[in-house]
Design a protein around this ligand. Structure first.
Ligand SMILES: C[S@@+](CC[C@H](N)C(=O)[O-])C[C@H]1O[C@@H](n2cnc3c(N)ncnc32)[C@H](O)[C@@H]1O
Length: 204
């Protein structure tokens, strides 16, 4: 029976000529690793192949689709490109301009949906974010507790925030901040991700 295949399928072992012909590991993770190498995966949301599925799940946690996502911490744009598949538009902010990201976004056909900004300092970042309209935020920039608190304060008004690098380890800056949110609000943990949504969040 014919079936419709997709990028989320696992790569099965296929024996064909020439034997041992290298193929990726399936999915977006596999494609990035195969064509761009570990250099593009390092420090990204794709630490492991399972992380791709977790990230996809978290982007779809809310019953309301994302109109505009704001990412703090672009790096080489790996997470940005995947987010662009779930959002109409993605705004991404970093302290540095890692130029590999542009060709990468073009290759994955999401370049037109992404608006990339470089900030000078925290004050500059805050001023920029104050001018932006977004309904989902992804925090993956400065991983210190102070940095996470400051980024959360900048984006919290949007009502939906996804955090990267949430582990069972109080020494990680993100952990006390997320645990504090979880005291009053529902936070979904799917390590290494944690997702907070303001109670009663609705699309406007
Ligand atoms: C772990 S990487 C982000 C990975 C990216 N989200 C991905 O999935 O491919 C962290 C990025 O945050 C940036 N960064 C560090 N401190 C920052 C800050 N205070 N504001 C904005 N970006 C920051 C770094 O330059 C780096 O590119």
């Amino acid at each position: 029976m014919a079936f419709r295949c997709s990028i989320t399928d696992k790569q099965e072992k296929i024996h064909t000529w020439p034997y041992g012909l290298s193929v990726g590991e399936g999915g977006y993770y596999g494609a990035v690793k195969h064509y761009y190498g570990m250099n593009h995966l390092r420090r990204s949301i794709l630490n492991a192949t399972e992380d791709e599925y977790k990230f996809r799940q978290m982007l779809q946690k809310s019953k309301y689709p994302i109109k505009c996502a704001l990412e703090i911490g672009t790096f080489k744009g790996t997470g940005t490109a995947l987010m662009a598949h779930y959002a109409k538009k993605v705004i991404t902010i970093d302290k540095f301009n890692f130029v590999d990201k542009y060709a990468f976004w073009m290759e994955f056909d999401v370049y037109q949906k992404i608006f990339s900004y470089i900030i000078e300092d925290e004050e500059d970042k805050k001023k920029l974010i104050d001018t932006l309209d977004f309904d989902f935020a992804f925090i993956d920039g400065d991983h210190t507790e102070e940095g996470i608190r400051s980024d959360l304060a900048c984006v919290k008004r949007c009502g939906r925030v996804l955090f990267h690098d949430y582990y069972d380890d109080e020494a990680q800056g993100i952990v006390p901040v997320v645990n504090e949110l979880a005291k009053t609000d529902r936070v979904i943990n799917n390590m290494p991700f944690a997702y907070w949504e303001r109670p009663g969040w609705t699309d406007s």
